[in-house]
Design a protein around this ligand. Structure first.
Ligand code: ADP
Length: 190
């Protein structure tokens, strides 16, 4: 792999990171770092709704009509509209409040619940953005550990259908932090 992609094997599955725009990923599902209202927004949320078209928001509205809001750390799924991905898994990460408000537990839950939903729908491949590290202010150097650990713990369960997880990093600084962390994990495994 080149400088813009790094990957490790976890129990017959592959976890990799790449730089780019998640709306262009052709995995079975892409994960949206949404908010509890599921009405779209800025950042990756806005990009997914723009690229995927209005059917995604229509489905989100139906979900909100049923359950009022999507709690932090939970996940729901819609179709992918015009995206290459067949599905969008919408999850909500925590807003950073200094680290003492259960942020790490909630962030881990957002990754785990998204993967559980993918597996429940027998999906093989899922792409994630760096949840909470944009507008929600979670420091990337702390979020990366939570994100990678949650994904690895999930993949270590031999029962999952998920065989490929890609974390798609939009900017080079975030990519570099994830890249270093994944290389560190890889070197510890050897
Ligand atoms: P949050 O509100 O959870 O912090 P943001 O969308 O503000 O979500 O940011 C989360 C991460 O997603 C940030 O690293 C941001 O740079 C990144 N991002 C923004 N647009 C895209 C995109 N099209 N593809 C992948 N990542 C994106």
């Amino acid at each position: 792999m080149g400088d813009n992609a790094v990957g490790i094997a976890v129990n017959r599955a592959k976890l990799s990171i790449t730089r780019g725009d998640i709306t262009r990923q052709a995995t079975d599902a892409i994960v949206n770092a949404a908010n509890s209202g599921l009405m779209g927004g800025g950042g990756v949320d806005g990009a997914i709704h723009r690229a995927g078209g209005p059917t995604i928001l229509e489905e989100c509205k139906q979900i909100i009509a049923r359950q009022r809001r999507l709690p932090i750390g939970q996940a729901v799924m819609t179709a992918g509209g015009n995206l290459s991905a067949k599905y969008v898994i919408h999850t909500v990460g925590p807003v950073w409040g200094g680290g003492g408000k259960g942020e790490a537990t909630l962030l881990a839950s957002a990754y785990r619940e998204s993967l559980k939903l993918a597996a429940a729908n027998k999906l093989a491949s899922v792409s994630f953005p760096s949840i909470s590290t944009g507008v929600y202010g979670y420091p990337v150097d702390q979020a990366v550990r939570v994100a990678l650990e949650a994904i690895i713990l999930f993949l270590q369960k031999s029962t999952t259908t998920v065989k490929e997880v890609v974390v798609v990093l939009f900017d080079s600084r975030t990519f570099d932090v994830y890249s270093e962390a994944l290389k560190e994990i890889e070197s510890k495994e050897k």
